[in-house]
Write a protein that binds this ligand. Structure first.
Ligand code: MZP
Length: 499
């Protein structure tokens, strides 16, 4: 047998040591944009990227269509669960794709003096969660309107906010939906035919529409504009058994990216699935593979043609694979090793294959740790299951609101394909549990708070982008005694149920 010389570790055993942060390094300026699929880094743009480094788990209790839309609005991507019939999975994808972007807000209230003729050539100030619309497109122009995200108040207090002079009167505020992607709006165009204000992202895709008071009289034209090609990005899970039927159905439904959903990805089954997709669709269909926990597993899937590689065995909150089968690896160690292999592969081939840390995120800072260790994005199950938009029941248990959350390897999900090793078509034993998680309200609020923490930690490390974080991060293993020191200690908590 081969023995690894170091014990495998998980996120809770690490901390980031702060680096120098300049006054330029403020959370509002941090970009969380990240690649989703492989590309020739330095030579071309990544063909599919995300504005935030979060995707939702390929699970019945997590990624339905409602959550997919809510997460896409925040700039992330859901992978619709594959443990359902091909027809119903494709229908879910189709419904997400059919959902039109845009919103109508009753309090849209651009200043009355901003007549259409005045504002044809507007530019938007970027970098803040507030967008000031001025007549000459500069900070010195005449204020015509403000578009603010829900975290407007936070950003208003930010010392870096340079549009303070535009902040009054507040009645001129137009409230846009909570979003992090407003940071990315870099262009704004008045369409003088329809009295609307489309906010576009860097790729020129429509993110939000702001409507004038007289919207009603122009409704029909607006609906036309919410036209063509403006749908949310959505992913879907596939398995290594029925891909020849499932993949065409999902592609036909308009899916943007696929992922082979398996508890163990270092297998011939995965390379067969990837080869079939390449044979039938070339590079047009994007597909991730996994899960692996080491260098060999990564290189195998990279060479087999995966567009991204997912990392993690046994670390999921509902997972009992390590207990039942004795396989797995501490998530932090797995991410660190795979990230190193990914970087070497890039140096040798010029191809950058994004990697995803899947499972085991307990605290928000674990996301930052995973990114610092080299992950391009994280996949979360428990985290998203807690929100209103997850497909499960909200119940009251012991005086508290909870949501149901069950593993794909539980008897409830019976996703035998995820654990398939080529034998009988059944789940021979359980590898997951059925559970409750504390209810956490709307997804938008939760994700924004989490990402504010991520951005803040990145600033403590002097990083304004994920790539910079990966270069600058300094990590330390912590002793079990210092983990105790990290929580509140030696005080009597006022709100403790024991008092
Ligand atoms: P977590 O975010 O709840 O900690 O973990 C979610 C991840 O656990 C999923 O993305 C998937 O990789 C994994 N998972 C899903 N079902 C099971 C199971 O039943 C499981 N064992 O391990």
């Amino acid at each position: 047998a081969y023995y690894f010389s170091e014990p495998s570790r998980t996120f809770g055993e690490y901390l980031l040591v702060p680096g120098y942060s300049s006054s330029e390094c403020v959370p509002d300026r941090v970009s969380l944009k990240t690649p989703l699929v492989k590309y020739r880094k330095g030579q071309e743009e990544c063909p599919l990227s995300m504005n935030i480094p979060m995707v939702s788990a390929i699970m019945q209790s997590v990624s339905g269509e409602k959550l997919a839309i809510a997460l896409a609005k925040q700039g992330g991507i859901s992978f619709i669960y594959g443990s359902q019939s091909i027809q119903s999975e494709a229908d879910m994808v189709r419904r997400v794709k059919a959902y039109k972007k845009g919103f109508v807000t009753s309090d849209s209230n651009l200043p009355p003096e901003a007549t259409l003729g005045d504002v044809l050539d507007l530019k938007v100030r970027t970098g803040h969660s507030t967008v000031a619309i001025t007549d000459d497109g500069t900070a010195h122009g005449k204020l015509l309107g403000l578009v603010a995200s829900r975290d407007y108040r936070l950003s208003r207090m930010s010392p870096d906010l340079k549009v303070t002079e535009f902040m009054t009167p507040l009645e001129k505020l137009v409230t846009a939906p909570a979003t992090t992607s407003l940071h990315d709006c870099n262009d704004i165009i008045w369409d003088n035919k329809i009295n609307t204000l489309p906010l576009l992202d860097e790729q020129g895709h429509l993110q939000y529409m702001v409507f004038r008071k007289d919207y009603d009289s122009h409704k029909e034209n607006v609906n036309e504009l919410l036209d063509a090609n403006k749908s949310y990005v959505v992913g879907a899970g596939i398995n290594t058994r029925d891909y020849a039927e499932r993949v065409p159905a999902l592609v036909e439904a308009g899916v943007d990216v696929l992922c082979i959903d398996s508890s163990e990805g270092f297998s011939e089954w995965q390379s067969r699935t990837l080869s079939w997709i390449r044979e039938h669709y070339g590079d047009k269909v994007k597909v991730g593979a996994g899960n692996v926990v080491d260098r060999e597993g990564f290189l195998f899937l990279a060479k087999a043609g995966a567009d991204f590689v997912k990392i993690g065995i046994g670390g999921g909150s509902i997972c009992i694979t390590r207990e039942t089968k004795g396989i797995g690896r501490g998530q932090a160690t797995a991410v660190i090793e795979v990230a190193k292999a990914r970087d070497e592969y890039y140096e040798q081939t010029g191809i950058y294959i994004p990697i995803c840390s899947d499972g085991g995120i307990v605290h928000d800072y674990h996301i930052t740790l995973a990114l610092a260790m080299g992950a391009d994005f994280v996949m979360l199950g428990r985290y998203f299951a807690r929100f209103d938009e997850s497909p499960t029941n909200k119940l009251r248990v012991g005086g508290n609101y909870v949501k149901e959350y069950w593993g794909e390897g539980s008897n409830r999900a019976r996703n035998w394909q995820r654990y398939d090793l080529g034998g009988a078509q059944k789940l021979s034993f359980e590898e997951g549990v059925d559970s409750y998680v504390p209810y956490a309200g709307p997804l938008a609020d939760g994700v924004q708070t989490t990402l504010y923490k991520v951005r803040s930690t990145m600033c403590n490390c002097g990083a304004l982008s994920i790539e910079e974080l990966q270069q600058k991060a300094r990590l330390t293993v912590v002793s079990s005694t210092s983990i105790v020191e990290g929580g509140s200690h030696d005080v009597i908590l006022k709100n403790s149920p024991n008092n």
